[in-house]
Design a protein around this ligand. Sequence first.
Ligand code: ATP
Length: 267
Amino acid sequence: MEQEPNNNGSSLNLSCHNTIVEIDRLSFLYEQKLVIDNLSFQVLERDFVGLIGANGAGKSTLLRLLVGLLKPTEGEIRLFGQSLTAFKQWERIGYVPQKNSFNPLFPATVREVVESGLYGRSKLYKRLTRGDQRKIDDAMDVMRIADLASRRIGQLSGGQQQRAFLARALVNNPELLILDEPTVGIDAETQRGFFQLIRHMHEHHHITFLMVSHDMDMMEAYLGKEPAQSCGKLKFYVKHTHAPEDCGETNLTHSLDPERPEFAEVT
Ligand SMILES: Nc1ncnc2c1ncn2[C@@H]1O[C@H](COP(=O)(O)OP(=O)(O)OP(=O)(O)O)[C@@H](O)[C@H]1O
């Protein structure tokens, strides 16, 4: 499939920022069904990429390919400069999949769900250090779920569960957050607060975002009306945080510490 020309240079790294995700001539078939067709795309450090497309366009499939849950039929994916097949630094990436509905009898508490984000893919449960406890507290504070810490995850509302899964994705202080429709099931007011928060995390911290959303209003307001690139029914809206001429800037922080003064602005 022919790709539309890129009008903002996102497939050409003209910036001093590193390429965090590199998708090179990627195709994917589910059995005989072609879902991703010859996609090439790059996400640079500190980009905010909004991925839009009709139901069934392949958005979730693309995210699942990026986090190694599916294998490309053709083409290559590189994360932080490393081929996905060799990539092991999963703590650098926070991923929140689309559906996280829990059986109400599932025994884990909110705190345990957030804590499980620390183990990455090792599945090795380790003794938590004080630093680990602090990371868990910070992630729960940021998502405003500290008061739910000892509740069973399966007994929370959909929106509360979603916030717990976001806290789980944040617990390692990731450089890249991959979110698949993170505000589904969240009420309008909490949604606005959430967008404010991720916008703040994007603008004031080093976090790079790749987010699927059907919320065109939010996407257009933050990322502009024109997609940077299209491939089939997938449309990529991109906001670069800094212009290449600002590359000398070094005063950004990469911390989710909610006690930092800038977090006070996010209500
Ligand atoms: N496990 C699967 N086996 C076979 N086909 C699948 C599987 N998962 C998804 N598909 C198909 O692949 C296509 C892309 O699905 P995907 O979930 O990536 O779409 P999407 O863009 O995320 O859609 P939505 O906006 O509805 O979440 C759809 O036609 C879907 O039916």
